[in-house]
Design a protein. Structure first.
Lengths: 309, 196
């Protein structure tokens, strides 16, 4: 362990707290030195320990500070509990659903978008929609595969005077609908509040036997000859693609005494058709927000190419 | 584009190339392992998607219904599809449809060896649906594009291109010509339909 290494670490830690604590680089360096050289603690652990000491002194929630902040692109955020800096535009602000939250919304940069939360107790300056900020020391978080960043009391917010082209990270696919999977067509959902599970044989996996509420959806597979993509079409999308409304679907099922006639009719109308689908990714699915007929490809250009090979 | 990891992609291939894909193989000894047809342009195909003109249907079954459908693509190649009791939806489509009709088919390649030793390639349909001419035309251009890509990449080798060289004596130039003919047929059709 060289003096230089210790000094570099000390400066970094000092920078993190200099605006909140009256502490000098030398003091930080001394603490690190004691741990590393006297107690033979590894530098990473020493850094952790010293950082936490100052966090306590500053009255900052310790959470899981691991130090090492770096500037990242939003799309590169793939690990929870990292301390990072991002430069991003506030794409959208939402009304927070709790008093503990001062602000919540979506941040975006050239690479993608991510949700953010600013805690009330951090007492940070408020950000404004459409403005670009450099946010120092935000913590990444993950819930069900979706990443977010939390602003906290160590976060620095600095408005940046530049335009930022936010990437729309919706998936965009064009291909043939080659399969409509089971669980499509006229389905029943659990009527319990906040439960939208699809009933299997009249049972909800969580709430047991129930009447259920009718809904329409399609779980389809779009295939472009190179890759396949699972797509979910919600009721509205299913109705507009098939021309079968929920009421009509219920009538069809009633007449046939069988709900599967609805899926069969949908198979006939949609399978083998080409679609252009855009929408957000959710787990292995794309949730279809917009579905259009793809433009006819230019066969003349293709012919010129075919002849030239 | 991410995908459901296990589903096999549906290759786009014109009938004349598909019918030349007489060599099939598995990647493992597992009984349930998927079987692939080796396309002469050097890709493996466990599933195909095609759109063409249904020109004839016939029940060729002896004891039970077994429907044959002939589906022709614009360069004149014919896909043979067979559906019986284990493909009830496809079988009932073939029973009910009146040729000619544009149809889209998703299905699996199957081969069988005839008495004379010739290997015939056919399709076991997963679905058959009626579509319109613009869907057919879209498929032709898409299939031409993907065929040309395979032809272009054939020279660069790759596992299945190598295998195709070993198993077949079929110049990939044939399939470039098939693509050209298919595209030319769109030209003629559109010229005819816009003629005064």
């Amino acid at each position: 362990m060289t003096e230089t290494d210790l000094h570099t670490e000390a400066v970094e830690i000092h920078d993190q707290f200099s605006d909140r604590l009256d502490v000098t680089v030398d003091e930080v360096s001394e603490r690190l030195d004691t741990l590393v050289n006297e107690y033979k603690v590894p530098l990473s652990e020493a850094r952790r320990s010293v950082t936490n000491t100052y966090l306590d002194e500053a009255g900052i929630d310790r959470d899981d500070v691991t130090g090492s902040d770096e500037h990242v692109s939003i799309t590169d955020i793939d690990t929870p509990e990292q301390w990072v800096d991002v430069t991003a535009k506030v794409v959208e602000l939402r009304n927070p659903d709790s008093d503990a939250i001062a602000q919540a919304g979506t941040l975006g940069d050239e690479t993608g978008t991510i949700e953010f939360v600013s805690w009330s107790k951090s007492e940070l300056p408020r950000v404004e929609e459409d403005a670009v900020y450099r946010l120092g020391n935000v913590v990444t978080d993950e819930y069900e595969g979706q990443f977010s960043v939390k602003l906290n009391s160590t976060t620095t917010i600095e408005q940046v005077d530049r335009e930022l082209e936010v990437s729309n990270d919706d998936a965009e696919i064009t291909g043939a609908l080659v399969d409509i999977q089971s669980g499509s067509g006229l389905i029943k959902r659990c009527p319990e509040e906040d439960c939208t599970r699809v009933l299997q044989n009249g049972r909800c996996a969580e709430h047991g036997e129930g009447d259920g509420e009718f809904d329409l959806r399609i779980k389809g597979v779009i295939d472009d000859g190179t890759t396949v993509q699972d797509v979910i079409f919600d009721r509205e999308m299913t109705e507009s693609l098939t021309g079968i409304s929920l009421e009509k679907a219920q009538e069809m099922a009633m007449d046939a005494l069988d709900t599967s006639v609805v899926a069969e009719e949908m198979n006939e109308r949609l399978l083998g058709q080409y679609y252009h689908v855009t929408g957000p990714n959710f787990n292995r699915y794309v949730l279809a927000d917009e579905v259009t007929e793809p433009e006819q490809p230019d066969h003349e250009a293709m012919l010129i190419k075919a002849r030239s090979i | 584009m991410s995908n459901s990891a296990t589903r096999e992609v549906a290759r786009r291939v014109f009938a004349r190339e598909f019918n030349d894909a007489t060599y099939t193989f598995k990647e493992s000894d597992d009984e349930l392992a998927p079987r692939y047809a080796l396309l002469p342009t050097g890709k493996r195909a466990n599933r195909v998607f095609f759109v063409g003109t249904l020109t004839e249907t016939e029940d060729v079954g002896q004891d039970s219904e077994y429907w044959q459908g002939r589906i022709v693509d614009p360069d004149g190649g014919t896909f043979f599809t067979y559906a019986g009791q284990y493909q009830p939806d496809a079988a009932s489509m073939l029973r009910e449809l009146e040729a000619p009709e544009y149809v889209a088919v998703v299905g699996k390649p199957r081969t069988f060896e005839a008495d004379d030793g010739d290997v015939n390639v056919s399709v076991r349909p997963e679905s058959i649906t009626v579509v319109d001419e613009s869907t057919r035309n879209y498929w032709v251009v898409e299939t031409a594009e993907q065929t040309l890509e395979r032809v272009e990449q054939f020279e660069n080798g790759g596992e299945y291109a190598q295998l195709a060289r070993e198993e077949y004596d079929l110049p990939v130039e044939n399939y470039r010509r098939v693509a050209v003919e298919a595209l030319e047929s769109l030209d003629t059709e559109q010229a005819e339909s816009t003629a005064p």
